[in-house]
Design a protein around this ligand. Structure first.
Ligand code: 4NP
Length: 155
């Protein structure tokens, strides 16, 4: 069986999308879906390509028992053909991802990550310039939304 492939997208691929990637992977493992679902993450910008996730994001995830091992990569057109679902962290990432699409089929695969948030839609706020609280907020949004997304898939 072909795996269902999910790509998480943010701006730098060092805070929000690597967190969603790691949390989703953690939940896939916990529920035994490894042979069904594959995940990856990328950023619309190239500034941090090759870098590990931001240390504040890694620390926050670690406190909650999740390890971030990803290295930043830039989103490329190829992802629109290779992935089944592309989830963007904010409206700018959504616009930039749609701009890469070449067909309606591809555009249909692009959604805002928080469309699956049981507590409401919108952007996952960019924590890059803020304080530690911002990283904890991102954790809470990403964790509950990832759980809801996996439950929807498992339905
Ligand atoms: P992310 O956060 O998109 O959640 O990885 C950002 C990290 C870096 C930058 C912007 C957002 N930056 O402009 O370098």
């Amino acid at each position: 069986m072909q795996k269902y492939r999910v790509m998480f997208i943010c701006t730098g691929n060092i805070c929000r999308s690597p967190l969603a990637h790691a949390v989703f992977k953690h939940l896939i493992h916990k529920h035994g879906y490894e042979s069904h679902i594959d995940v990856d993450s990328s950023g619309t910008g190239a500034w941090h390509v090759g870098e590990q996730a931001d240390s504040r994001m890694r620390q926050t995830a670690k406190r909650h028992g999740v390890q971030l091992n990803h290295r930043s990569q830039q989103l490329k057109y190829r992802a629109l053909t290779d992935f089944n679902l592309l989830l963007t962290m904010d409206r700018h990432n959504y616009r930039d991802t749609l701009a890469l699409c070449r067909s309606d089929d591809e555009r249909d695969k692009v959604r805002m990550f928080r469309d699956y948030d049981p507590e409401g839609k919108g952007d996952v706020p960019d924590p890059w310039y803020g304080g530690q609280d911002g990283f904890e907020d991102v954790w809470n949004i990403v964790y509950r939304t990832s759980k809801a997304l996996l439950e929807k898939y498992a339905d």
